[in-house]
Design a binder for this molecule. Structure first.
Ligand SMILES: Nc1ncnc2c1ncn2[C@@H]1O[C@H](COP(=O)(O)OP(=O)(O)O)[C@@H](O)[C@H]1O
Ligand SMILES: CC(=O)N[C@@H](CCC(=O)OP(=O)(O)O)C(=O)O
Length: 294
């Protein structure tokens, strides 16, 4: 892991090439498992603020899965995930909305603003940012695929790019909570990875960066020497089908695949536990984490 001074050195080396980054749209998916402590949170917030200062167009899509689970526990509700997605009944979707929109979104917006950014928080309901419909989980078992009903879990039908571009063009950083709205005004709990991918695709982002709690993708998750630094779209599809990518990594990799197919330049899964991981990914020639590319 690099310390802050080493990270600063990386940035200074990059200075002559700063104009290459000007005006580039980058979507950052900030996962709940990477929101470990206030020091790391500040490092993520500083990185995003710096991207803005050098003329990039950052957009944040956040998760908050562990926090939702902990609040559900307090209400005596158990959590079940199928293919990386939370089984969501009516009570669960309102708790998820309360945690994601009411707590985590406002926290991130507040932190960004305290660090000198102009951040605006949005859920899928603001200006109908995320129109959604019911999603069924795809379960791979013994080479067969089945579709399972997991309740109020949504998939994105459309993203209102107009509101995002209006905010970005006025100098704001949009911070998006992954709650979608259905055509009858109902709330849908959407995995934040999928929302990040859809936003990246809709805006034609240069990069999609997903912060999580592992170094990146492993060929075999039990074997930490099997780390992969670069993966093609086809290899990624194969790994999901073979079951070597599991749990919460499935929506991430599916998102990378979809974003690449939709025109996003590059996608990255990086370790949010590493201080200044966003800067290290964007401003070093080798980057960090696993990149999934066409
Ligand atoms: N092949 C794999 N490589 C890396 N991580 C994997 C793999 N298969 C499953 N995982 C799991 O995916 C997790 C990341 O997803 P998740 O916990 O949902 O993160 P986040 O909250 O950041 O979205 C890892 O902590 C790991 O347990
Ligand atoms: C349907 C579904 O699984 N929704 C997620 C939304 C939050 C999320 O994605 O948070 P992370 O990025 O921290 O995992 C959930 O309920 O946990």
């Amino acid at each position: 892991m690099k310390n802050s001074l080493e990270t600063a050195a990386v940035l200074i080396e990059t200075l002559p090439y700063m104009q290459d980054f000007y005006g580039k749209t980058v979507v950052i998916k900030y996962g709940g498992n990477a929101m470990i402590n206030s020091e790391l949170k500040n490092s993520v917030i500083q990185d995003i603020t710096l991207l803005k200062y050098v003329g990039m167009r950052p957009i944040v899509v956040h998760g908050g899965g562990p926090e939702i689970t902990s609040v559900l526990n307090k209400f005596g509700k158990k959590t079940e995930f199928i293919s990386g997605l939370r089984v969501t009944d009516e009570e669960t979707v309102s708790i998820a909305e309360m945690v994601l929109v009411g707590k985590i979104n406002t926290e991130i917006v507040n932190l960004l603003n305290r660090h000198g950014s102009k951040a605006v928080g949005l859920s899928g309901k603001d200006a109908n940012l995320i129109l959604a419909k019911k999603h069924f989980a795809e379960v791979h078992e013994n080479g067969r695929v089945s579709m399972v009903d997991i309740g109020f879990v949504g998939e994105v039908e459309s993203i209102n790019t107009n509101i995002l571009n209006t905010l970005i063009d006025s100098g704001y950083i949009p911070v998006i909570a992954p709650i979608g709205v259905g055509k009858n005004g109902e709330s849908y709990n959407i995995n934040a990875d999928y929302v990040a991918g859809e936003v990246a695709g809709a805006l034609g982002a240069e990069k999609l960066i997903m912060l999580t709690d592992v170094e990146g993708i492993y060929r075999d998750y039990q074997d930490k020497t099997s780390f992969i630094s670069s993966l093609s779209l086809e290899e990624a599809q194969q790994m999901i089908a073979q079951g070597s990518i599991g749990g919460g990594m499935i929506p991430k990799v599916e998102t990378c695949i979809k974003a690449l197919q939709g025109g996003t330049g590059k996608t990255h899964i990086i370790d949010g536990r590493q201080p200044h991981s966003i800067l290290l990914e964007i401003f070093t020639s080798q980057g960090i984490g696993t990149q999934v590319v066409k």
